[in-house]
Design a binder for this molecule. Structure first.
Ligand code: SAH
Ligand code: SF4
Length: 341
């Protein structure tokens, strides 16, 4: 039996055609799943019993169980249990512009960035589209809210699970489904160049964020092993192509690490690197992890860095911190995101 939340509307249309039913049944199912939020197929009112019986045979509506929920100021961190016993996190942030959910895309991550908590936990497996989507339904029901924004910035590298991630985006973006606008969805990547190329071809209208974190290869190599495969010049070249073809602005994420990438030389070098590129830099206060090698920059340095970029005419914002002692333990799944587009 297959989980119905893995299916795009087109998949369901094909399914109904194979059982000699009309395609519009797919839209009906979507409305019952995502507008009415049913828990079993019997709740569907506008469908013949034999079709419902067939749905019951072929699909399940299994949800995820909430294992724990930790609350901070304007932030809720959830832990969910998957059907195979693995757990994943999702973080809900109450922002001035709406409710934003940070979702995970894999159990663990293979990219191994040194500053990141989930880099230590090797990838166990990719998440299915339903496992990225069901936290949305669960949290909306639990808090009695609507989620308006989704950021793929939880555990995992979204572009290392490309097909499922794109399917997930298509499902939540569909007007007959949860209907989260493409411009309210942001996917973040550590810089898998061939997958960014593919993303350009697929033409998804969602926001793209790049984990840059360094102004040159020397520093980036020390932080992110992926830079030895796809270095900055390859990455920047592909980002320029993305901007040229999509006409969209890119977010450059830059974690402020004390004594590593936060000097004024780094700020000037970064300005040079990004000159003329349609992007904005999001300076991220580092969430300290169990790796004591990395410390967060002090506020003064962050402000100096910010001012230098501004002076050099680079668009820049400082990410709002949702930091409480409670949330500091969340490791990689940073409970902070500032949208400014
Ligand atoms: N794998 C993707 C998306 C998930 S990580 C990526 O790397 O882009 C989302 C963002 O959180 C990335 O910019 C990542 O560098 C950043 N991040 C990781 N660990 C962090 C920490 N301890 N504090 C602050 N940000 C962190
Ligand atoms: Fe993976 Fe992103 Fe963490 Fe790097 S920062 S280890 S790519 S989750």
């Amino acid at each position: 039996m297959k989980n119905i939340y893995n299916y795009s509307i087109e998949d369901l249309e094909n399914y109904f055609l194979t059982i000699n039913e009309k395609k519009f049944r797919a839209t009906q199912v979507y409305e019952w799943l995502y507008k009415m939020r049913i828990n079993n197929f019997d709740e569907i009112k506008n469908m013949k019993q034999d079709v419902k019986e067939k749905l019951k045979e072929d699909f399940n509506l299994d949800k995820l169980t909430i294992v724990s929920k930790v609350q901070g100021q304007d932030v809720y961190k959830y832990l969910f249990k998957l059907h195979d016993g693995n757990t994943i996190e999702a973080v809900l942030m109450k922002q001035s512009y709406g409710n934003s959910l940070c979702v995970s895309t894999q159990v663990g991550c293979n990219i191994g960035c040194h500053f990141c908590e989930s880099g230590k936990l090797k990838r166990i497996r990719n998440l299915e589209p339903s496992e990225m989507l069901l936290p949305i339904l669960a949290i909306e029901a639990d808090l009695n809210i609507r989620i308006s924004h989704v950021v793929l910035m939880g555990i995992g590298e979204p572009f290392d699970n490309y097909d499922n991630v794109i399917k997930f985006i298509n499902i939540i973006n569909h007007p007959k489904g949860i209907d989260i606008g493409a411009r309210h969805i942001t996917v973040s990547t550590s810089g898998l160049v061939p997958k960014i190329e593919q993303f350009i071809k697929d033409g998804k209208q969602v926001n793209l964020a790049i984990s840059l974190h360094a102004p040159n290869d020397e520093i980036r190599n020390k932080l992110m092993p992926i830079n030895k495969v796809y270095n900055l010049s390859m990455l920047i070249k592909t980002i320029k192509k993305y901007i040229r073809i999509t006409n969209r602005r890119v977010t450059m994420e830059y974690i402020m690490l004390k004594g590593i990438n936060d000097s004024s030389e780094c700020a000037n070098e970064l300005s040079q690197l990004l000159k003329g590129i349609n992007c904005y830099v999001n300076l991220i206060p580092y969430n300290e992890t169990s790796n004591s090698q990395f410390k967060k920059s002090n506020k003064e340095n962050v402000m100096k860095f910010y001012d230098t970029l501004k002076r050099n005419k680079i668009n820049v914002t400082i990410r709002k911190e949702f930091g409480s002692n409670l949330m500091a333990a969340c490791g990689q799944l940073r409970a902070n995101y500032k949208e400014d587009q």
